[in-house]
Design a protein around this ligand. Sequence first.
Ligand SMILES: Cc1cc2nc3c(=O)[nH]c(=O)nc-3n(C[C@H](O)[C@H](O)[C@H](O)COP(=O)(O)OP(=O)(O)OC[C@H]3O[C@@H](n4cnc5c(N)ncnc54)[C@H](O)[C@@H]3O)c2cc1C
Length: 333
Amino acid sequence: MVNVLVVGGGPAGLAAAIALRRRGMAVTVMDGARPPIDKACGEGLLPSSTSSLRRLGVSIPEGMGFPLRGIRFFNNGAEATAEFPKGQAGLGIRRTALHSLLVEKAEEAGVLLQWGAPVSTLDLPFDWIVGADGINSSVRLKAGLEEPVFHRRRFGFRRHYRIQPWSPYVEVHWRNGFQIYVTPVGGEEVSIAILTRAAQIDFAAAIAPLDHRLNGARICSAERGAVTSLRRLRSIQNGNVILLGDASGSVDAITGEGLGCAFQQAQALADSLMLAGSGEHYRNAHRGLFRRPILLSRLLLALDAHPIVRAAAIRGLAAAPPLFGQLLRTLSG
Ligand SMILES: Cc1cc2nc3c(=O)[nH]c(=O)nc-3n(C[C@H](O)[C@H](O)[C@H](O)COP(=O)(O)OP(=O)(O)OC[C@H]3O[C@@H](n4cnc5c(N)ncnc54)[C@H](O)[C@@H]3O)c2cc1C
C-alpha cells in the first residue's frame, strides 16, 4: 500500500488526507497544534468551495454556518451587489466548526491523526510527504521549494461579534488602504476581518463605519492576525515531497478562494498519486486551478491600490447588478 504523510492538519491537509484515503492509500496526518484549530480567516465559502467539499464526500450539515446569497461591495456611498447563481448558496462558517467537521470525516475515512506532533525533518519512511503546513511552510523551505514567481503580502485581522447577521451577503467595505470583510457565520454571530498592507491596525477605529450595525454587540472571540499573500511558486514538488494548500502558493484573502483552492487541489493530488503514481498530473492541475483565482486577486488588489479606479468600477457595477453577478460567476468559477 502507498504510504503518505501529510504535514499539517489544517483544512488543506485534512481534505487531502480524506481524498487520498478514499483512493485507498495509507495516510498519516501530523500537526503541531490540537483540534479544533482556529486561524484568522474571513470564514466565507463560495458555492464552488462547498461543492468541491461535497466531491470529497464532506457535506456540511443543515443548520451549521449561515447561508450566503452573494457579495456586496460598499465604497464611498456606492453599493454594488452580486448574487450567487440561483440554487447555489455560499456558506459562512466558523473556522473551528469547519475544522471539527473535517477531523470527524478524516477519522471516519480511516486516516491516522497525530495532534501535538510538529514535523521537523523530511527524512521519514513514507512514499510521499505532502506539505500542507500553511503559508509559512517549513516543508517548503526544507524541500528547497521556496523560490516564488511573484509574491505580494498583506495582513488580516479577525474578530467575532455576538449579533444577529444584518445581511445574507458577504459585505466588503472598501477604504483607502484596507477592506472590512463581514461574513455572517451563524444565527447569532458575525465574523469581521480587516485586510490591509499595514502590519498593525486599531481594529475598533477601523470598523467605526459599522458601529451603527454592531450597536454595541459583544466581541465573542480573541482577535487573531495572519499573513495573506498572493504567491505563485516556481515548483511545488521535489522528489517525494509535494506541496498543497497555502504552502503551495496562495491568493489574497480578499478573493475568499483559499479554502476552495485547497479542496480542489486535494482531489487533484489524490487522482494524480493514485492513477499515475506521480505528481505530474497534480502539478499541471495545480497550475490550471490557480490561474483564475490569481487573476481575481490581481483585479481586487488593483482596486485596493487605485481609489479612483475603484470608485469608478464600483459605481459602474452598482448600475449594472447582472454584470457584477456575471463577473463574479466567471471569476469565482
Ligand atoms: C484574514 C484572512 C481571511 C481569509 N478569508 C478566507 C475566506 O473567507 N475564504 C477562504 O476560502 N479563504 C480565506 N482565507 C484563506 C484561508 O484561510 C487559507 O487559504 C486556508 O487556511 C489554507 O489552509 P491550509 O490548510 O493550507 O493552511 P493552514 O490553515 O494555515 O493550516 C496549516 C496547518 O499546518 C500546521 N503546521 C504548520 N507547521 C507544521 C509543522 N512543522 N508540523 C506539523 N504541522 C504544522 C498548523 O498547525 C496548521 O494546522 C483567508 C485568509 C486570511 C489570512
